[in-house]
Design a protein around this ligand. Structure first.
Ligand SMILES: Cc1ncc(COP(=O)(O)O)c(C=O)c1O
Length: 406
């Protein structure tokens, strides 16, 4: 079992997760948890195995029986992420989408339930709601949940479940978490938030009254572009128990190898986020003044519609590592020509990696929408998403500059 010093700053906690109390060190205890590849686990006798099926040893340690139901590497990561978000516990999954699906099922999406979801969601999250839950009788209502009238919307819709993202994709809008959770509690709705873009280092939605937080750990938490995973962190023991049961039945568990990599990523999350945010801040200001750029979307800019909210919500004025911008020439051809000139920034989907990643939403996250649907979301033909990496800022700026100049 881990024993943590509750007074440590999160950046210290992330590094020393999985650290054992000194009294429990054996000679030669590894400082880093080994990878437990075993699918099944032996116990002292049949009675102990019987107890282990209920999840605990007599000493109160987690007991493992079969890897789909939990493995030591995933368990350490779950403890660390639950602590990072201030939840009662967490369950890890094989991808962010698997985590989102499990959160929806745990929230009780069934015939007759009504989900109020942000219209700015990650495309496949809307796809999951519309392709799988809607045909089974779940009512899906998509609204702008980033505006000042969000409380009135919740009141008028009376949803059973509310689902949104802390920072939206690709226009980096923020939602007023306190206003949403207050209105949700008043109508008895369960609140779920995808906080992938923010990470627990920038904001902890459970402290703002949310019930479940979801992350694609594939992004910032892992951070090195080499592992795929997801997590749901719960504020309540009742939801956690249901999540655990659903995870076992859904079978989309996280493998010990992926858990090991994600845990390694978590150790440097604080350092990386500080650099991502400071680089993104400088890139946003640089792009805003560039003659080839029409508009920049970044919550750290004073002209961003939710700049004041972002300053209140996000830690230490760290506004995230992601931004979007529009070329003056609003055409797909101009975007492709820009992307093909990039030499440092990688043109690839995903975000939150150590390297800068450029993507074109009409080609990637929003490709299934029509041009007019994208337009109604504010995603124009010249819109480019940039996940700013942790390279030296001068190198990022000079690459963007040469690609913009053509
Ligand atoms: C905000 C957000 N949530 C969830 C996901 C899905 O995560 P995964 O690809 O790990 O399934 C993504 C993927 O890009 C994402 O951007």
């Amino acid at each position: 079992m881990t024993e943590q010093n509750a007074t440590w700053h999160p950046s210290t906690q992330f590094i020393h997760e999985n650290r054992q109390a000194r009294s429990r060190y054996l000679t030669g205890t590894p400082t880093v948890q080994p990878i437990h590849a075993s699918t099944t686990y032996i116990h002292q006798n049949s009675e102990a195995l019987d107890r282990a099926f209920s999840g605990q040893t007599p000493e109160g340690d987690p007991a493992f029986v079969y890897a789909r139901q939990g493995n030591p590497n995933a368990q350490v990561l779950e403890d660390a992420l639950a602590r990072a978000e201030g939840g009662v516990g967490a369950i890890t999954f094989g991808s962010g989408m698997a985590a989102i699906n499990a959160a929806f099922i745990t929230a009780g999406l069934t015939t007759g339930t009504k989900v109020l979801a942000s219209k700015d969601l990650y495309g496949p999250s809307i796809g999951l709601l519309q392709a799988h839950f809607q045909p089974n009788g779940v009512e899906i209502v998509l609204k702008d949940l980033c505006g000042p009238d969000v409380g009135d919307i919740i009141n008028a819709e009376q949803p059973d479940v509310i689902y949104l993202e802390t920072i939206s994709n690709p226009l980096v809008k923020l939602a007023d978490l306190d206003a949403i959770s207050t209105a949700a509690h008043a109508v008895g709705a369960i609140t779920i938030i995808d906080s992938t873009f923010a990470t627990p280092y920038l904001v902890r939605p459970l402290e703002h009254g949310f019930d479940m937080v979801v992350h694609s750990t594939t992004k910032y938490i892992s951070g090195h572009g080499d592992s795929t995973g997801g997590v749901v962190i719960s504020a309540k023991n009742s939801l956690l128990g249901q999540l655990r049961g659903n995870a076992n039945l859904l079978g989309a568990m996280l493998s010990p190898f992926e858990a090991h990599l994600i845990m390694r990523g978590l150790r440097t999350l604080a350092l990386r986020m500080e650099r991502h945010c400071s680089n993104a801040y400088q890139v946003a200001h640089f792009l805003q003044q560039h003659s080839s750029v029409e508009r920049v979307y970044y919550p750290g800019l004073s002209n961003h519609p939710q700049h004041t909210l972002a300053t209140r919500l996000l830690s230490d004025e760290m506004y995230g590592g992601l931004l979007s911008f529009e070329l003056k020439e609003q055409t797909r051809e101009a975007v492709y020509a820009f992307m093909d000139r990039l030499q440092l920034c990688l043109v690839a989907t995903s975000l939150g990696d150590v390297f800068s990643l450029v993507s074109y939403p009409p080609m990637s996250s929003h490709r299934t929408l029509s041009e007019s649907e994208r337009h109604s979301l504010g995603i124009n033909a010249g819109c480019i998403r940039l996940s700013v990496g942790i390279e030296h800022i001068d190198d990022i700026l000079s690459d963007l500059d040469q690609a913009l100049r053509g």
